[in-house]
Ligand binder design. Structure first.
Ligand SMILES: Cc1cc2nc3c(=O)[nH]c(=O)nc-3n(C[C@H](O)[C@H](O)[C@H](O)COP(=O)(O)O)c2cc1C
Length: 326
């Protein structure tokens, strides 16, 4: 199901924006087959920008940014409810855009603006920002001047005709968000392969911090070693840490990785082999295992939520067959 975030771009005490965002949300909620979520920037207070988001995709400098990435990453499109401040957008909304990068791309954006002059100039600026982020902006928009759509410039009382404009805007955002889905999964496969590259990088460097970024907090791993399952990130990392105690130098090969990606879920399989030099200087080739990976897009990044590694077993002896090669 397509999910559209209705982003309330004003955080000012006494803001008019809250009334407008609720009106959009209530109207949108009537639509079947589409989920709409009101995303209030007051719930996502962001510090001054610390790190360019494109420097380390999927890794965030603080908890606020990670939560924000999760909210944006979970959406397929957006309706931005924006005020106009000095012919532009609010600082809070611009900051919210700047904190993320990949999480915006390949999605649709529509605008509901309000202000003394209806907020039209703020939307013109937002369209430029969207262009930079590969957010596809739809043309229909809703423009709400304070003088005509707010009683005493205070209480939001939009004319009936505004509902028709809002419906058209929502039609377009939903249609574009749906149509752009292949673009989003196209990027996904490259992102997942990059994540898998981090496993190799992390193992070669014996760096648990790198490996930590690849797995979900609640990962369930059916690894080759007992116990039957390793539940949670700490257990999975402990398993890798154990490998580091045996090996002086570690290497990892991953072959024939095949991926199938849908929305925020992906499955993959391939062959993996850990090899290297043991503490006593012995070089070991290791064994090829069959590996299966399940990924979910969490907080804007693809994480392994489940993996399994196995070797076939010989029925006669009950032993694992460890010398097969792909
Ligand atoms: C600092 C500031 C600058 C503003 N500049 C403009 C402007 O350039 N054009 C306009 O049409 N309205 C402008 N307004 C009016 C706002 O659009 C209007 O107050 C709106 O309700 C602000 O949104 P909010 O109540 O959700 O914060 C400005 C308001 C403020 C506080």
């Amino acid at each position: 199901m397509i999910k559209i975030g209705i982003v309330l771009g004003s955080t000012r005490p006494g803001r008019r924006g809250e009334q407008v965002a609720r009106w959009v949300h209530e109207r949108a909620a009537d639509r079947a087959e589409v989920e709409f979520e009101l995303i209030d920037l007051l719930d996502h207070p962001l510090p001054p920008l610390a790190e360019p988001p494109m420097a380390n995709p999927g890794r965030f400098p603080d908890e606020h940014t990670e939560r924000w990435a999760e909210a944006v990453g979970a959406c397929d499109g957006f309706v931005f409810v924006t005020p106009e401040y000095n012919h532009s957008v609010s600082g809070a909304l611009k900051t919210a855009f700047d904190h993320l990068h990949a999480e915006w791309a390949g999605k649709a954006a529509g605008f509901v603006s309000y202000g003394s002059a209806g907020g039209a100039r703020a939307v013109e600026q937002l369209r430029l920002v969207c262009g930079a982020l590969q957010l596809a902006d739809v043309s229909p928009q809703v423009t709400l001047p304070l003088a005509t759509e707010f009683e005493n410039f205070t209480v939001f009382k939009p004319g009936e005709y505004q509902l028709a404009a809002l419906d058209t805007l929502l039609d377009h955002v939903v249609a574009w968000s749906t149509a752009l889905a292949p673009l989003r999964t196209g990027d996904a496969e490259a992102e997942i392969r990059a994540q898998m590259g981090l496993i190799i990088e992390g193992l070669r460097a014996k760096d648990l911090e790198v490996l930590k970024g690849i797995y979900a907090e609640d990962v369930v791993s059916f690894d080759v070693e007992p116990p039957l399952q390793h539940v949670g990130l700490d257990a999975k990392l402990a398993n890798w840490a154990k490998v580091f105690t045996f090996f002086e130098k570690v290497d990892y090969e991953l072959r024939d990785l095949t991926l199938t990606v849908r929305a925020d879920l992906a499955v993959g399989h391939g062959f993996g082999r850990v090899s290297g030099i043991l503490r006593d200087g012995t070089a070991v080739d290791g064994m090829w295992v069959r590996a299966t990976f399940c990924f979910r897009k969490l907080g804007g990044a693809w994480k392994i939520v489940h993996d399994q590694a196995s070797v076939p077993f010989d029925i006669a002896t009950g032993r694992g067959v460890t010398d097969l090669r792909p």
